[in-house]
Write a protein that binds this ligand. Sequence first.
Ligand code: FDA
Length: 373
Amino acid sequence: DKQYDYLVVGAGLFGAVFAHEAALRGKRVKVIEKRAHVAGNIYTKEVAGIQVHQYGAHIFHTSDREVWNYVNQFAEFNRYTNSPVANYHGHMYNLPFNMNTFSELWGVRTPAEAAAKIAEQKAAAKVSGQPRNLEEQAIALIGTDIYHKLIKGYTEKQWGQKATELPAFIIRRLPVRYTYDNNYFNDTYQGIPIGGYTQIVEKMLAHPEIDVETNTDFFANKAHYLNAYPRVVFTGMIDQFFNYQLGELAYRSLRFETETLPVGNYQGNAVINYTDAETPYTRIIEHKHFEFGKGDPEQTVITREYPANWQRGDEPYYPVNNQTNNSLYKQYAKLAAQEPNVIFGGRLGQYRYYDMHQVIHAALVTVATEFDK
Ligand code: FDA
């Protein structure tokens, strides 16, 4: 191997930011990626002129101006605002819970009328004391109607468990907005990169000091890599790195069913959640609406998203950050601290649900500790 300063394992957002910043500081970086493409879970691919979000809908949002300016170096963002709609047995409700939702549910017109309705339902449900499960918690927060129509089925599908068996802490708060505002996020900046996300990672990695090798799994040659490279940035699964010696960390997985349909506009919104228990998927994404109907006017690409149990070998989408897993992760983090030449980063390396802006921030913090110490 040519002399590299760093091996970066994983060409997702964390690995790409790190590699880019290292190269800017004159370091030589090798990036290996086990998938056939770069960009990790933010990967988008063009089909019929439409940027398809291959691993689930990705909406960039942040209140961190530094992160926003950073990512804008690599793409121009549009003014997309996440405003999902819920389909409950064929009735459509705006999300997040706001005056539009309340008005659709109950015909109320003012914030006072909506608040009175919610208070009345909470009182009628007679929940008091410490909520013992997710169901009690949700009803205590928002009343029975919204719980039954918009939360219960969706949440049970997502976790593969009954709401009465799920811990209350999963929903400590529910965003309730007494304004007619369907914007899901409260952040200052929000948008979708025009032309997709993959270009962002490609541009980060397009540097003469960076070499990228796809279809390459770190674990096929772990000992060699650890020997040959002075420093390693590892963004794969931390428990796998240690050969699961303390046990397995748990994940929820997803199955995506993507179809190209011969219609111009299938559902009129990028994201529609199916909040009943009977529909087996949690949502349908219609990708062209992320870029305002760009692409073939006579075709559209939709993706049904099915929650799935995870087993070793499946794609690990969501860490299950309950007490058991978090304390197991802490044990792995102790082992990680004993690896002087390996940095563990990103959502799999740190076993944390990271949004994109958080992963960029975390990578920039790692860069600062690594180079500016
Ligand atoms: P990521 O998983 O992207 O990259 C890790 C890379 O390492 C992968 O490419 C993997 O193949 C590779 N790798 C792993 N093991 C390896 C090995 N042994 N050898 C070689 N390579 C290996 N965020 C947000 O801000 N807004 C949103 O709307 C969404 N939506 C969303 C939907 C869904 C369904 C998911 C699962 C996630 C989101 N996110 C999100 C979160 C977003 O996807 C996340 O923040 C980033 O992709 C994390 O980047 P990482 O680099 O940490 O991991």
